[in-house]
Design a protein. Sequence first.
Length: 155
Amino acid sequence: ASPTTVLVAAAYGSHGDVQPMYALAIALARKPNTRVHFFVSSKHADRLAARQDATMLHEVIVVQEPDVDDKWSPGKWEGAVKGPKAIARRWLLTARPLYALMQARIATSGSTVIVAHPLNFAARLLHDATGLPYATVALAPWLMRSRTQCYGWPL
């Protein structure tokens, strides 16, 4: 049987947003006959690629971060409107390059499912355009037990 190919997108967000998606990608990669293409932002790529378990992923695709102020850092959330607007802007600026990269992988890899956060606009648009199954996953970073452990994984 042909392998199951999964596209896992964690192309934006904080360390706490990206790390659980990475853990999910590794868990999927451990399944027999499964290839995982992991999409990650340039902000997190080096740290994750240096991990020993990163070799389990079929491919890591780096999505360049948009050139915007880092609104993710503590102390940069100024008011109830400015913070959410900054986040939405980053997500929207990331959507087009992520869409193009994911679309290219779908065309060449015979992908069978897309896994991403519900607010990942590129993944949702690809699902709508291609009919490829789309699993939305909202992982809760606040469930991390400590700064060094995430679901039993060292950070």
